[in-house]
Design a protein around this ligand. Structure first.
Ligand SMILES: [Zn+2]
Length: 359
């Protein structure tokens, strides 16, 4: 295959087609995606109708809901996010949400997903924790059996509600044999929301063998990352893109090999960066920071995982080698067992060789 940056127009188009088909065909891992933020409008309407939940714009059907998804501010985003969360009430709702999301991921050849879920958002609304965990487990089992996609869970704590930390950890430990691999921190980020009150919970999570994958360095810059590195011993960091505001911090992330989960369209939608082409992903790679590409809340940010790859190809001129390298990074940074990693990496290489004449 010719390189996208040389040859005449027809060659370039061939290259793009070939890159698109490589992106679609590569078996992939997705490491940063939220359950509640992955519910596409069609699935949301089904879940909302079952429980009589009002969704913004839903009186105009899928189109109206789709419009509401194209939020204008973080506040609008939260409104839709909370409404989506409220559609999940009984075990079958959680199961159907997981399975519906899995169908969308399987169509993109995602084979392994570490999905963030915020259990206390539902528990404080009166959802029975046992029904919630049973529903997640059922959806996960159906996704594996019927679609060949495996879910691991990151149970996360809302940063502004640290008092929910201990119960989140308790639920995470209770659901360990249902695929919980890590504890996370999400929600609003800013100087007023320190992770100091969560340090003890994360210490206990580590002692129990859970990994730490907090969001940091997204809405708030280097101080949030500094505190996260010092107090939460992260195995990976969600976003982290604002490390570049502090060269020492960036060097530390690179030296310690702490990978970032980079979600460019999310960063654009939430105003962390002005545009996709202005996203600092290339600078992070140039600085030696390990990273994978992820979709965060895909339907809310008008994207999918494969779309993130396509946008990187278009914005940063990636060729097949770069696409494969980033797809492999997600597998290497994942918490899947080592033998499974080796198998998925080998499968990626063979698909890439077939598609793009890679050595
Ligand atoms: Zn996120």
């Amino acid at each position: 295959m010719s390189n996208a940056t040389d040859g005449d127009g027809a060659d370039s188009l061939d290259s793009l087609d070939s890159l698109n088909s490589l992106i679609m065909a590569l078996p992939k891992a997705e490491l940063h995606v939220h359950l509640e933020g992955s519910i596409v409008p069609e699935l949301a309407l089904k879940l909302a109708a079952r429980r009589g939940v009002a969704l913004p714009g839903a009186e105009r059907g899928v189109e109206g809901l789709r419009e509401a998804y194209r939020f204008a501010s973080f506040r609008d985003f939260l409104k839709v996010y909370i409404a989506l969360s409220n559609t999940l009430q009984q075990a079958e709702d959680f199961s159907d949400a997981v399975f519906g999301i899995a169908e969308g991921l399987a169509a993109q050849q995602v084979r392994w997903v570490e999905m963030t879920f915020t259990p206390m958002t539902h528990v404080v609304q009166g959802v029975d924790p046992d029904a919630m965990l049973a529903g997640l487990a059922d959806g996960r089992r159906r996704a594996l059996e019927q679609l060949g996609i495996e879910f691991a869970w990151v149970f996360d704590v809302v940063r502004s509600l640290p008092e929910q930390g201990p119960q989140t950890l308790e639920l995470a430990l209770r659901a360990r044999d249902q695929g919980v691999v890590a504890l996370g921190v999400g929600g609003p980020e800013g100087p007023q929301w320190s992770v100091v009150p969560l340090a003890g919970v994360f210490e206990r999570a580590h002692a129990e063998g859970l990994k730490s994958v907090p969001h940091a360095g997204e809405q708030h810059g280097p101080p949030s990352l500094r505190e996260t590195l010092d107090l939460l011993a992260p195995a990976r960091i969600g976003h982290g893109v604002r490390c570049l505001e502090d060269p020492e911090l960036t060097a530390e992330l690179a030296d310690r090999g702490i990978p970032l989960e980079v979600c460019p369209s999310s960063n654009v939608a939430l105003g962390v960066v002005p545009s996709f082409t202005a996203h600092p992903l290339p600078q992070l790679l140039a600085a030696g920071v390990e990273l994978s590409l992820a979709s965060d809340d895909p339907p809310l940010f008008g994207t999918t995982l494969t779309e993130e790859y396509r946008r990187c190809v278009s914005a940063f001129g990636w060729g097949p080698e770069q696409v494969l390298k980033i797809a492999a990074a997600a597998v290497r940074h994942s918490f899947m067992p080592e033998d499974r990693k080796r198998a998925l990496l080998a499968a990626q290489r063979s698909v890439a060789q077939a598609h793009a004449s890679l050595p």
